[in-house]
Design a binder for this molecule. Structure first.
Ligand code: PMP
Length: 403
């Protein structure tokens, strides 16, 4: 790919594609939004980074405070992985406990301690639900890193309770995505996140909500607002910088204040870079303009597209479902009526069929990630015309593809 504009990507041969991937969700306004271009261009000519406090950094922090319910304190970083690393260290520091609990199929970046059971696997390799096999996602991890990581199936409160009871006084943090977004799109079961929050509170465990994907997408205050949660710490990345590497760790003052003066250390030369902060400020201004109109736009476009795709699969007799929460959606080739967790995803979703489907859309000018475990994203730049063209392309692809 060579160039992006609005909802479209252009490849080196000049072909045009509707982009439903949007840099893994890093572009909530689409490509080259004029206000981001202006902010970045101006900053590039007046100093990209000072590594000391700037007024724009305060502006972004103030905006986050207004948007995100628990953002009593804010720290900036560059990537979701960094924000997660800081959150985990902070939780360990504050509680004096060694272990963290994460969920099967959740991805939290490429930090050693969370690089476990995030990939799609044959279901026979996963072990039992009440004692999942921990599967390292990579070679080269610190060999002790996963010893202190407990892995539990998601959307299963009894399994969570069991794991907490088996490690009394040992768990510093529970880290979860608000919507499982690295196994397609899997919403939380009704009351699940609230139950998780209650278990954490009762046991003195820090509740880390990883909104790297859901932040500035599901609602102005993310899943925290949408599901009415009250996490101790929240991580943001991706959509915050609208294409520039900007991430944030925010949370309750009582916990965050342990970062002051390096009690718990969080450093980074590029944290809060001026160019990133200017992009983030312009981005948040556009996203929240006209009483958060951008969120209404993406939800509406997504509903049209998802309904159209569901209709199409039914008409064409294809065993496929579309799961979405607002602007995050994924097509799953399966004969199940819903996919509720990682194990079901591994067992029942035909990833090869998905890949074939997505690759068959490319010649019709529609671009999405060919990985069934990822998802597609609606942005402010997408239009009704993009929906119509995509549905037309999908219909043609289903007519010509073999099953
Ligand atoms: N957390 C979640 C939920 C993610 O989806 C990702 C990236 N896909 C990360 C953390 C890591 O973010 P980054 O790639 O910016 O390091």
């Amino acid at each position: 790919m060579e160039r992006g504009q609005g909802s479209r990507l252009f490849d080196v041969d000049g072909n045009e594609y509707i982009d439903w991937m949007m840099a893994f969700g890093a572009l909530p306004l689409g490509h080259a939004h004029p206000e981001i271009v202006e902010a970045v261009t101006e900053t590039a000519t007046t100093g990209a980074h000072f590594a000391t406090a700037t007024a724009v950094e305060l502006d972004v922090a103030e905006m986050l405070k207004r948007m995100v319910p628990n953002a009593e304190r804010i720290r900036f970083a560059n990537t979701g992985t960094e924000a997660v690393m800081a959150a985990i260290r902070l939780a360990r520091g504050v509680t004096g406990r060694p272990k963290i609990l994460k969920f099967e199929g959740h991805y939290h970046g490429w930090y050693d301690d969370v690089m476990v059971s995030s990939n799609v696997m044959p279901v026979s390799a996963l072990g039992l639900r009440n004692d999942p096999v921990k599967i390292a996602d990579s070679s080269g991890l610190n060999r002790n890193a996963l010893e202190d990581t407990i892995v539990v199936p998601w959307n299963d409160l009894p399994a969570l309770q069991n794991a907490i009871e088996n490690h009394p006084g040992q768990i510093a943090a529970i880290i979860t995505e608000g919507i499982m977004a690295n196994m397609g799109v899997i919403p939380p079961a009704e009351g699940y996140l609230q139950g998780l929050q209650e278990f954490a509170r009762k046991s003195g465990i820090i509740f880390i909500l990883d909104e790297t994907v859901t932040g500035f997408r599901i609602a102005p205050g993310g899943c925290q607002e949408y599901y009415k949660l009250s996490p101790d710490l929240v991580t943001f990345g991706k959509a915050l910088g609208c294409g520039l590497p900007v991430a944030a760790l925010v949370g309750r003052a009582e916990v965050m204040d342990a970062l002051q003066w390096g009690g718990v250390l969080h450093y980074g030369t590029h944290n809060g870079s001026r160019i990133g902060m200017h992009a983030a400020r312009a981005n948040l201004r556009v996203l929240t303009r006209d009483n958060n109109a951008s969120f209404r736009h993406t939800w509406l476009i997504a509903e049209r597209l998802c309904a159209g795709l569901r209709d199409l699969f039914q008409k064409k007799g294809r065993a496929a479902i579309v799961q979405n929460v607002g602007p995050m959606f994924q097509v799953m080739f399966t004969d199940r009526s819903a996919i509720g967790d990682y194990r079901e995803f591994c067992q029942y979703v035909d990833r090869t069929a998905f890949q074939k489907f997505v690759l068959s859309l490319f010649p019709f000018g529609v671009y999405a990630s060919p990985s069934a475990a990822l998802h597609s994203i609606v942005t402010l730049a997408h239009t009704d015309e993009d929906v119509d063209l995509t549905l037309g392309a999908a219909a043609k692809s289903l007519d010509t593809s073999e099953r």
